[in-house]
Design a protein around this ligand. Structure first.
Ligand code: RIB
Length: 311
């Protein structure tokens, strides 16, 4: 049966510029036209919502969009993807979130987010969204603490499993207030911000995971390691599940795709190590394509790719 996943998170329009390399401070680069730029729907929450929908889940998206042209475009994309947008509030006071994304030739990105309406998502919005009777709740930190912690509180009260993609990170984030989390998944940078440990080796991944386990009450910690794969820790044992090497076009939204795919397969009863491998497959497809939501694969594509790249 389809699982209903409530995503409480951000929505942005991404302004994406491609370039050979990012300019240095004080430098102007006139890039050749072949690199190009574009406006692509993005936002960590929206990317994950699209990923859940493409995995075949019943996705409900609680977010805030401005009452502007970007908001109109994003809403129509979500509706075309089959996402339930009843709790996507149109905010008359703030513009739709905007992310400026610089993508270099090797796919590396740098992202600066202007939060706009995302900053106005609040506890009442979240309370309203919980009337959809979700089977699972999914959070990220690209919105204020108030709606994140409210969603965690409602999930605990209603005994609904909670999943957290821990980005963007902040060293003083109140992780202890999240309560019980099924899967807590930061990337390398976020892990370093939370723990002060760079997960650049298996030993350091384990040290960081143990430290995280002392900060957040999580059943599983999954550290996304980009091209190196993912580190899975269950409080006792750890596994390193390697990524699948593909030509990289753009890494934007790879983490959002990974975490949503991981949760999808976990909720489907797939053993955790296999679920992480399938999430690696989803991320590999994602990085081989440009853009945020444009890069996210369907479940059919993920399973076909996994057939060609078994664990
Ligand atoms: O994770 C990628 C996303 O981060 C981009 O789509 C951008 O909007 C920022 O939120």
């Amino acid at each position: 049966m389809k699982k209903r996943v409530l995503v409480v998170s951000s929505a942005n329009m991404d302004f994406v510029q491609r370039m050979r390399r990012v300019p240095n401070a004080g430098e102007t680069i006139v890039e050749s036209a072949e690199y190009g730029y574009g406006y692509v729907p993005g936002g960590k929450g929206a990317n994950s919502a699209v990923a859940f929908a493409r995995m075949g889940d019943d996705c409900v998206f609680c977010t805030r969009l401005g009452a502007d042209a970007n908001g109109d475009r994003l809403l129509s994309v979500y509706q075309k993807e089959g996402i339930d947008t009843r709790f996507a509030v149109r905010d008359k006071e703030a513009a739709t979130g905007l992310a400026s994304i610089l993508v270099e030739e090797d796919g590396t990105n740098r992202i600066l987010v202007y939060p706009g309406a995302n900053e106005r998502l609040n506890e009442e919005d979240v309370e309203e969204a919980f009337t959809c009777y979700p089977d699972a709740v999914y959070l990220q930190f690209e919105i204020p603490d108030e709606p994140v912690l409210a969603a965690a509180k409602f999930a605990a009260e209603k005994n609904i499993p909670l999943f957290v993609d821990a980005g963007p990170a902040r060293a003083d984030y109140p992780l202890d207030q999240l309560g019980r989390v099924e899967i807590f998944s930061p990337n390398e940078t976020e892990t370093k911000i939370f723990t002060g440990i760079d997960p650049n080796s298996a030993e350091n991944c384990l040290r960081a995971a143990i430290k995280l386990a002392g900060m957040v009450d999580a059943k599983y910690i999954v550290i996304k390691l980009g091209g190196r794969g993912a580190f899975l820790y269950d409080g006792k044992y750890y596994h390193i599940i390697p990524s699948i090497s593909v030509p990289v076009a753009d890494t934007t939204a790879a983490g959002d795709t990974f975490t949503a795919a991981l949760i999808h397969f976990y909720l489907d009863g797939v053993p955790m190590v296999d679920a992480v491998h399938l999430a690696n497959c989803a991320a590999a497809i994602g990085v081989s394509r440009p853009g945020a939501y444009t890069s996210i694969p369907t479940i059919k594509e993920v399973l076909a790719f996994a057939d060609r790249h078994p664990r």
